[in-house]
Design a protein around this ligand. Structure first.
Ligand code: AMP
Length: 115
């Protein structure tokens, strides 16, 4: 998978429509097209890398910055009651898009087990 084939790179560039709730120089936050919770968002770092295992130190630092920013957006994203962050990596986790993304799930009481 290259950046040219990547659906999330296309969303970031605006070539595929999405509901963008937040954007800055490092990331976008969009609504997941197939929500699994009342609020189901995706945090997409703008830089393409496949997953957390392939992440460089610089990309990890940027991701940390994105998560810190997320913590300041909680109320406006409808997550004031709490939220769950998930990042799937690889086949066993059913990762379907090979551009690192953080699922943000909330908007209601979630199941107490994740698998
Ligand atoms: P994962 O299975 O962890 O790779 O998650 C990929 C997520 O991307 C899934 O929850 C999909 O519903 C979501 N998704 C795929 N295509 C789009 C799209 N065009 N817009 C928004 N979300 C999408």
């Amino acid at each position: 998978m290259t950046m040219n084939d990547c659906i999330f790179c296309k969303i970031i560039k605006g070539e595929i429509p999405s509901v963008k709730l937040y954007e800055d120089e490092d990331m976008v936050i969009i609504r997941d097209v197939a929500p699994q919770a009342p609020v189901h968002l995706l945090l997409l770092p703008k830089e393409h890398f496949a997953n957390i295992v392939e992440m460089s130190d610089a990309q990890a630092a940027t991701l940390g910055k994105c998560l810190k920013k997320l913590s300041s957006l909680v109320d406006e994203l409808g997550l004031s009651g709490g939220f769950r962050l998930v990042s799937n990596k690889g086949k066993d986790a059913c990762q379907s898009v090979e551009h690192l993304h953080i699922h943000i799930l909330g908007g209601a009481q979630l199941a107490d087990k994740m698998a």
